[in-house]
Design a protein around this ligand. Structure first.
Ligand code: 5U1
Length: 757
């Protein structure tokens, strides 16, 4: 390519990559695969390295950061960056609206623009003749810091506006890190022993104020623009805030599409409530809603008070994080014996409720966060999530702060506490002898998704345990009316209802029963999978660990397995190239890849990880190493398999199962269909997903009926799913199936299909 051609190519690539950036980061509609983008990007980088003058100030290659700075220069904001007044609660929003009407001497409704208030870092960006020229932090509102190279790295920020008038356009917006990227960044920071950020806001601010912008470039920061600053252009500007946002968006600037126009204060309140409900589902943190008077002439008339505009307000959500004191730490024992440290706090109002207890998760988390008793801590309560201690304020640590220690004995039953190396969770070894484990097991057994025994709440369970009327779940089925009536708060009707619920619960399904047993790690879905896979308790009981764990080595088929055995045996291999016993596992692996056709390096490495010496390899036969279709149950990995096998090896557990069955618990046999002579089944090759509630058959009965006809039943919808079997109140699986255009079968259609097949 001639120099002239290279220059033309560089310009072409800059244009292409700018377009792809916009498609990917703003329009969410990429035209080319990531790998192709990377290829063009590298090509442009090479060309610009050869001809540095080609790297214009809007070149997409600037998005990877520039040479580190010694310090940030100061930038004076020619138009101050304002702050916002706050409103807490509906009354304060209404007061705000009334104040404005009084000032404007009108009773007519005021139209507002509502925008989610992002919890990030406010910045100002200057474009000259459409080209991004300077970006700065807010600082004190009058003077900020020049962070232009860092802002250039923002994925969704265009370096060149499209169709911009000549002159200066200053815009303002909020830089943020979405929740997932925040979690990922912290995982990486932790892995690299680097600083872990307390929240996405701090992570965004820290990432943006780095002297080395190549590090900023590695953090997926985003920006939403929410207003203009000082604009000096030879063009007519929009007359409302809403149209200003549209104008900025048309030039390629990212605007939050959750923004909306609200015709009056009531609609504004409704918008606030809607966004508050959606808050946890949003992929970024927000702390309220900003309401701005839409008409710019009204904004001008209203003006400013101190450093905040009269025409805008931040209507804040109830704080989700507050500071309080950690008074003590107790350890709660769960159903499977796991000890959870629970913080006892000086009560504090957070996330709309009074909080005096919060989880500390486990000892690893306590160590990682460096929390001590007596510390001032940040407590977070968001939505329905259990309140948690986020961090300690080390600078405010009192002199008498104490370390948190895991007890050596269970605080409930006194049995030894065991914490296996490499495992975060410590466990009480008392099993069913531990009152806490018994209590939790009973609560689980009666719960809705298990045996669904209505009326047996915590208070009744506690009394039954205290009076030693119940130890094991099976004891519930021998309770008498008199025993129940003797309990506090139990009158005739309640006693009758509980007895009836116990009786009703006896007709159950195998899946529910397995779930109710409380096998560690086995949730509702896995219990159903186990039920359909094994069909009976006896079959499940007989399953060994080997049964669950996939055999052979993935990637090694029949022919390759045979070839490996022959090769290591030395029979077919040229003597000069023969393996020797002093080869290391790594050398054996390399040798095998070279000498066994079709053997991939990954499979070879797996093979020698299991058989690391030539001697051990020579003793295996082809059957042991060829990958076999796994008979394992979907979703049951090695750890869960160990729990299952362990559960069924306990004499106490087997006796309890026996007692429950003797008490009358039963379930319908899993349907079986006679196989045709040729061994094929009517639904062979079909894959179904079951979702929602059904009135006739239970989910595991449907699953069993489909499987016995040869179909596969899986837990998640994909393009390989034949159809979604859909009952009432279906959720995300139905949405996904519709999006993929899959067949949806309702209960009536299912019954028809089963009877025809
Ligand atoms: N979404 C949004 N956030 N925010 C912050 N809009 C918005 N506007 C602001 C601020 C400080 O100030 C303008 C009203 C000047």
């Amino acid at each position: 390519m001639s120099a002239a051609d290279k220059k033309t190519r560089a310009l072409e690539l800059q244009e292409k990559l700018t377009r792809y950036n916009r498609q990917y980061h703003i329009d969410d509609n990429p035209e080319i695969p990531d790998a192709e983008y990377d290829q063009f990007f590298r090509e442009l980088q090479h060309l610009e390295a050869e001809f540095p003058e080609l790297q214009t100030a809007d070149s997409p290659t600037l998005k990877v950061g520039a040479a580190p700075l010694d310090r940030f220069e100061k930038v004076d904001h020619r138009m101050p960056m304002l702050s916002l007044g706050n409103a807490f609660g509906e009354d304060e929003l209404k007061d705000f609206d009334k104040r404005l009407k009084d000032r404007l001497k009108t009773s007519a409704a005021i139209e507002y623009v509502a925008e989610p208030k992002l919890d990030g870092l406010a910045v100002s960006l200057v474009y000259i003749d459409g080209l991004f020229t300077q970006g700065a932090t807010r600082g004190d509102g009058s003077t900020g810091e020049d962070i232009t190279p860092n802002l250039r790295t923002l994925r969704n920020l265009p370096l060149q506006l499209s169709g911009a008038p000549r002159g200066r356009i200053e815009v303002r917006g909020e830089v943020f890190l979405d929740k997932k990227s925040f979690a990922r960044l912290n995982r990486e920071q932790e892995k690299n022993n680097a600083k872990v950020f307390v929240n996405p806001r701090n992570a965004a601010a820290g990432s943006l104020r780095l002297l080395d912008s190549t590090i900023t470039a590695s953090r997926p920061l985003r920006i939403y623009i929410y207003s203009i600053g000082l604009v000096e252009v030879d063009a007519e500007l929009p007359s409302s805030h809403w149209d200003t946002l549209k104008w900025l968006s048309d030039m390629g600037l990212p605007i939050n599409d959750a923004s909306a126009r609200c015709g009056d204060v009531e609609t504004s309140q409704a918008y606030y409530e809607k966004i508050l409900r959606q808050r946890d589902a949003l992929d970024y943190e927000i702390d309220g809603v900003v309401f701005k008077v839409n008409r710019l002439d009204l904004q001008a008339e209203l003006g400013f008070v101190s450093r905040a505009p009269r025409w805008a307000i931040a209507y804040k959500f109830p704080a989700q994080e507050m500071t309080t004191r950690l008074l003590a730490v107790d350890f709660q024992v769960g159903r499977t014996g796991a000890l959870t440290p629970v913080a006892r706090l000086e009560p504090v109002f957070v996330g709309g409720a009074m909080v005096s207890n919060a989880t500390l998760h486990n000892m690893d988390e306590i160590e990682r966060k460096g929390i001590m008793i007596g510390d001032n801590v940040i407590v977070r309560r968001a939505g329905d999530v259990i309140p948690e201690v986020v961090s300690a304020i080390e600078s405010a640590r009192p002199a008498d702060a104490r370390l948190i220690a895991m007890p050596e004995q269970c605080p409930v039953c006194g049995s030894a506490v065991e914490r296996l190396s490499g495992v975060a969770v410590a466990k009480c070894t008392g099993g069913f002898n531990c009152a806490a484990q018994r209590r939790e097991a009973l609560k689980h057994f009666v719960s809705r998704k298990a045996m669904n025994i209505d009326g047996l709440g915590e208070k009744i369970i506690d009394q039954l345990l205290e009076r030693k009327l119940v130890t094991w779940p099976s004891d519930l089925y021998s309770l008498t009316r008199e025993q129940l009536l003797d309990l506090d708060l139990v009158k005739d009707k309640k006693a009758d209802n509980v007895l009836q619920a116990l009786e009703d619960s006896k007709q159950t399904s195998l899946g529910r029963f397995l779930f109710a047993l409380g096998i560690p790690e086995v949730g509702e879905t896995t219990a159903e999978q186990l039920a359909t896979h094994f069909g009976s308790i006896d079959n499940l009981h007989e399953a060994t660990l080997d049964y669950f764990i996939p055999k052979g080595i993935s990637g090694i088929g029949n022919v390759t397995a045979q070839a490996i055995i022959e090769a290591v045996g030395g029979s077919t291999v040229d003597k000069a190239r023969e393996l020797t016993t002093d080869y290391t596992a790594e050398q054996i692996s390399e040798w095998l890849v070279q000498n066994v056709s079709g053997l991939k390096a990954v499979a070879a490495r797996k093979l020698v990880a299991r058989y690391p010496t030539l001697e051990s390899l020579r003793q295996v036969d082809a059957n042991a190493i060829r990958s076999q279709p796994s008979p394992t149950v979907e979703g049951v990995g090695e750890i869960m398999a160990a729990h299952i096998v362990n559960f069924f090896s306990s004499h106490d557990n087997l006796q309890e199962i026996d007692r429950l069955i003797k008490a009358g618990i039963s379930w319908p046999d899993i349907a079986s269909v006679e196989e045709p002579e040729d061994g094929t089944k009517p639904l062979d090759g079909n894959t179904y997903v079951i979702t929602g509630k059904f009135s006739g058959l239970s989910r595991d009965e449907i699953s069993a009926a489909l499987q016995s006809r040869g179909a596969r039943v899986t837990g998640s919808v994909s393009k390989n799913t034949t159809a979604l079997v859909c009952g009432e109140a279906a959720g995300s699986k139905l949405t996904k199936a519709n999006a993929l255009g899959l067949t949806i079968i309702d209960e009536a259609e299912l019954e028809k299909m089963l009877s025809e097949n």
